[in-house]
Design a protein around this ligand. Structure first.
Ligand code: PMP
Length: 361
């Protein structure tokens, strides 16, 4: 069966090899006569997958020993609440850098828990840019500084991360984790829903510096206290075992394909192809974010007028391209170029865009 050119923003494309592998052992995992979905999460077979995924993620992202890696549920959205519940105490403030809708949602949850502060925001330019690092305001009261490394909806991405000894930086990396090398030690906590670069929906990865566990209040619901999941190695209750199994296959695929460095290089090639097509179109296609803030994962662009945009999306769909419609809150077009999107799909998209341009110029 022919597979489609999948540019979905998440859930999104998975590597064909991973799907083939999962299919090959769907009914009988390692010839044991049952699917991995049917094993107990306390079985040695599942335990091996669980630990293996943890170790591989540590290896690929070069995660230092003083960090925990957790596999949680509730999506990145639950992290919006867990972070202030665990780390924002009386007399402190959660400092939020607002670069898009997901950052706004994170802030909104923190506001329900404690005091917040906006250290910087690019809302005034419709989230077309990432603020200069030097313009972020910090305070002695900051419990942490929260940022969104890649803004899935607006198509912007931090190229460098802020650094200072006083601040505890926390990053939502849902839409660019594993796409590039990462200075993990500049962060106290990193979190990401899996459904873009890591695997299918259902598991959320949290990378947490151990010293963050010191001042967590004792009255939190058990499931919302990071210490529960650290103590039980993400096996306090039934984990999303199939999603973690898929995560382990995606991580293995990433390693087999040369690890982060090779993936980062290929991602740059893919991104450049598409931005070159946009920039070379003499304004027919218009990138929506500022050039220096452009995302390598979510390429957002517009066409001259809604009618042409609708026609573009319709014809694209007919040609086998999926997921090119921009987020409903901003409109326009968006192509998500996550790790598993093959460069052949990007070539096909660029060809289609050239043809469409010439037809409708
Ligand atoms: N943060 C970012 C940057 C996202 O792109 C998304 C989902 N697209 C979320 C948070 C929310 O993730 P989830 O659906 O896993 O809660």
């Amino acid at each position: 069966m022919e597979r489609r050119y999948n540019f979905n923003a998440g859930p999104s494309a998975l590597p064909q090899e991973v799907l083939d592998h999962a299919q090959s052992e769907l009914l009988s995992y390692q010839q044991l006569g049952m699917s991995i979905m049917e094993f107990s999460h306390r079985s040695k077979e599942y335990q091996k997958i669980h630990d293996g995924a943890n170790e591989l993620l540590r290896e690929l992202l070069n995660i230092p020993d003083d960090y925990e890696v957790l596999f949680l549920q509730g999506g990145a959205s639950l992290q919006f609440s867990m972070i202030p519940m665990n780390f924002l105490s009386e007399g402190q403030q959660g400092n939020y850098v607002i670069t898009g809708s997901w950052a706004q949602k994170a802030l909104k949850e923190a506001e329900k828990i404690g005091n917040t502060f906006i250290g910087s925001s690019s809302q005034a330019d419709d989230f077309r840019s990432i603020p200069d690092l030097g313009t972020i305001k910090y305070s002695d009261q900051d419990a942490y500084v929260h940022l969104t490394s890649n803004n899935t909806i607006h198509g912007t991405q931090w190229k460098h991360f802020p650094k200072n000894d006083q601040s505890r930086f926390i990053a939502d990396m849902s839409s660019d984790i594993l796409s590039r090398s990462l200075p993990v030690d500049q962060f106290s906590l990193i979190y990401a829903g899996a459904q873009k670069n890591l695997g299918p929906a259902g598991v959320t990865v949290v990378i947490l510096k151990k010293d963050m566990l010191k001042n967590i209040p004792d009255n939190l619901p058990t499931m919302l206290d990071y210490r529960t999941h650290v103590d039980k190695k993400s096996l306090y209750n039934t984990p999303p075992s199939f999603a973690i199994y898929m995560l382990s296959l995606v991580l293995q695929w990433t390693k087999n394909n040369g690890g982060i460095q090779a993936i980062e290089k290929l991602n740059a090639e893919k991104t450049n192809l598409l931005y070159d097509t946009i920039d070379g179109s003499k304004g027919f296609y218009n990138g929506t974010s500022e050039k220096q803030s452009r995302s390598s994962m979510n390429v957002t662009f517009r066409l001259p007028g809604k009618e042409l945009e609708d026609l573009f999306l319709k014809e694209a769909e007919e040609e086998g391209f999926v997921g090119l419609k921009g987020h409903r809150s901003v409109g326009g077009c968006r192509a998500s170029l996550y790790n598993a999107v093959p460069i052949e799909s990007v070539h096909a998209l660029c060809d289609f865009m050239h043809t469409f341009h010439h037809k409708h110029n």
